[in-house]
Design a protein around this ligand. Structure first.
Ligand SMILES: [Zn+2]
Length: 253
């Protein structure tokens, strides 16, 4: 336990986690307002025609899942994405943020330590650069084998429980049930806290779908990565994550 407190202060060198998402159902990662397609919500592609899931989408989803896990373990976590409720401001939030685990050497102008929650230490906030770098997930299938599929939809008025008039739309998706692999990576930059990989892998396991219209069955996926099979994560790190500091001040683990 005594070493655990220092784990957080010791940082690891750059590491790359390779990731592949196998999309089980059709995928709809769209950008509204794009032109050159018959669809109202075209799918995102690179210039060479390969389908992509943008890095920003994966980063946002993973941050959200990691926040949920850390909170469930009892860690005080700030509220993203509004700057005022994020570390180091945390306006209106209560919690045991003034803890040594939340000190990473960052200082206020007066020299006092700034505290950043575990999530901000990885994903960053307006005053702290992110330690994690996400690449786009790129479909490795030849673009000739991923023809665009248009899927009609209708906007439902939830209150009246009827279809809205003139609200037929078209989503562009990848071909259904094609098991398309999308590959990319997450880079842990030098200085990433040691608990990062454990939290990232736990968070990824909670992401079962990406893109839009998940409730309509789009974008469901499975992760494939050697890092899941051989997670070289020390037991001390899991114990560290499980030993969140208790809320009253002086509550050392
Ligand atoms: Zn934070």
């Amino acid at each position: 336990m005594i070493q655990l407190a220092s784990l957080n202060q010791s940082f690891q060198p750059s590491t790359t986690l390779p990731l592949t998402a196998i999309i089980d159902t059709a995928l709809c990662v769209g950008a509204g307002g794009s032109s050159g397609s018959l669809s109202d919500k075209p799918i995102l592609k690179r210039a060479d025609g390969k389908l992509i899931i943008p890095a920003s989408q994966l980063k946002g989803r993973l941050r959200h899942e990691c926040e949920k896990i850390a909170r469930a373990l009892g860690w005080a976590i700030c509220e993203s994405p509004v700057a005022e409720t994020m570390c180091p401001q945390r306006a209106g939030l209560t919690g045991n943020f003034q803890h040594e685990h939340y000190e990473i050497g960052d200082r206020n102008p007066d020299g006092s330590p700034r505290h950043h929650c575990l999530i901000c230490q990885l994903f960053g906030n307006p005053s702290l650069p992110a330690r994690l770098q996400f690449s786009d997930l790129i479909c490795t299938e030849d673009p000739d084998n991923t023809p665009e599929v248009l899927r009609p939809g209708v906007t439902i008025n939830r209150r009246r429980r009827t279809a809205e008039e003139k609200k037929l739309y078209f989503l562009e998706t990848s071909p259904a049930n094609a098991q398309l692999p999308f590959t990319g990576e997450i880079t842990l930059l030098p200085g990433t806290p040691y608990f990062a990989q454990a939290l990232i892998l736990a968070g990824l396991k909670h992401i079962h779908a990406l893109g839009g219209s998940k409730s309509a069955g789009l974008g469901w996926l499975q992760w494939e990565s050697s890092v899941f099979k051989h997670p070289e994560i020390n037991d001390d790190i899991w114990e560290f994550l499980a030993a969140a500091p208790s809320p009253p001040s002086g509550g050392e683990p």
